[in-house]
Write a new protein. Structure first.
Length: 294
């Protein structure tokens, strides 16, 4: 068994996508283990230029399984669009699996993200510089035990009941904190999750079990981090970060990344830290280097 991990040591944009694409050519499994679609990895190959926001950069290896792990927050609409784009441009079948324990990022999370930025700015405080993709609110829901997991798409009746309660709670916040009388529509949210959930539910599985099997079969596994260590919730430039754990926390003491397998007694073979000489950061936040808004 071989385990390699690729992380960035800046704000992001260190070239992780290109490196993972290169290393993945002989990998059996490639895993995105955290993050959402608030940033992306660019891969250029003979099929064109691809900007991946959720799907691992190893998807271009036809022999590899690409896993979206339980530590991710997943915008179902964005994932559907990304898969559709790949299917029309890639000249081989793509093998994608989505963890049943990953968190769904809903349209109301996008709204919350934007509302908080607006509130901070209007009150004279410094906004966080969010990309407004709903990532921090979705991770917040997870911490508050309110989130809905991807695996719940397989149980629509229970999902509907839980979503109704979640929307009720979100509207309390919308009215009480942000003064939005018509903040979140249950009907629109249910239509959204029903439409895009139906398109990806066949990809949902217990990815921990899949990785356990790969480890027992001595497969080569490659773990891909999103963004950079300066965005880590504990080790980053607080509070201008994302509510995610990067490998600087998850892979200490030669342990396999904890979000994706229970095999934490198996050490990794290599940890590749990528550093960019001139740092680039997304959004408006303090720090040296140039700024990107896309």
């Amino acid at each position: 068994m071989s385990i390699e991990i690729v992380v960035g040591t800046n704000w992001g944009d260190e070239g992780k996508g290109r490196m993972v694409d290169y290393l993945a050519q002989d990998a059996d499994v490639v895993v995105r283990y955290q993050g959402g679609n608030n940033a992306g990895h660019t891969v250029v190959n003979e099929m064109g230029t691809f900007k991946l926001h959720l799907i691992p950069s190893g998807v271009f290896n036809p022999a590899a399984v690409s896993i979206l792990g339980p530590g991710m927050v997943i915008d179902l609409e964005a994932l559907d669009k990304e898969i559709s784009d790949l299917q029309t441009r890639v000249n081989h079948p793509i093998n994608i699996k989505v963890s049943d324990r990953a968190t769904i990022c809903f349209p109301f999370n996008w709204k919350e993200d934007a509302w908080e930025e607006e509130r901070l700015e209007s009150s004279g405080q410094s906004p966080f510089g969010s990309t407004k993709r709903g990532i921090a609110p979705a991770y917040g829901d997870r911490s508050l035990k309110k989130a809905i997991q991807v695996g719940e798409l397989l149980y629509p009746e229970q999902l509907k009941d839980k979503l109704y309660q979640l929307v009720e709670w979100k509207n309390l916040i919308a009215r009480g904190v942000y003064g939005k009388e018509h903040g979140v529509s249950f009907e629109e949210t249910w239509d959204w999750v029903s439409t895009f959930g139906a398109r990806i539910k066949d990809l949902v599985c217990d990815t921990t079990e899949l990785l356990e099997k790969a480890a027992l079969e001595n497969k080569k596994m490659l773990f891909e981090a999103q963004l950079g260590s300066l965005r880590d919730i504990y080790f980053g430039v607080y509070p201008y970060l994302i509510l995610i754990f990067l490998s600087c926390l998850c892979t200490h003491r030669r342990r396999i990344v904890w979000e994706d397998t229970r095999s934490n007694h198996r050490g990794y073979e290599s940890l590749l830290d990528l550093c960019r000489r001139r740092t680039v950061r997304h959004g408006d936040s303090p720090g040296r280097g140039s700024k990107r808004t896309a």
